[in-house]
Design a protein around this ligand. Sequence first.
Ligand code: HEM
Length: 105
Amino acid sequence: AAANAGKGQTSAKKCLSCHSFDQGAGAKIGPNLFGVVGRAKASFPGFAYSEAFKKLSGAWSYEDLDKFLSKPGAFAAGTKMTFAGLPNGEERADVIAYLRSISPE
Ligand code: HEM
């Protein structure tokens, strides 16, 4: 099935304990994710990223988000995102479609 941003927004409730998706909102336990697609990794102003994250380079592409969200600790060993990940590829695609829908790119 084609990725569905609406379903992704529902799945993204799993992220809400740690992340806000609202424009202009601050960090929670994790950085704000409004506009994260195409944003430089580890660049939310004022957020104390892990050493693992500070080593990352480039912007968040679809592919990197897919890898990171599949298994966060495998993409960035030592990340402080203590979330098991989204093992289901269709659910990941939906969540990334949602993230795209709230990103400028
Ligand atoms: C970082 C997505 C769930 C805590 C990130 C980043 C993304 C992301 C894209 C990188 C942001 C950047 O580089 O600025 C998601 C999604 C989730 C989710 C889509 C749900 C499916 C969670 C949960 C927690 C969490 C449940 C807390 C238990 C964090 C933290 C970071 C982070 C602390 C910073 C990582 C570090 O500095 O090592 N998340 N996240 N996230 N997330 Fe999540």
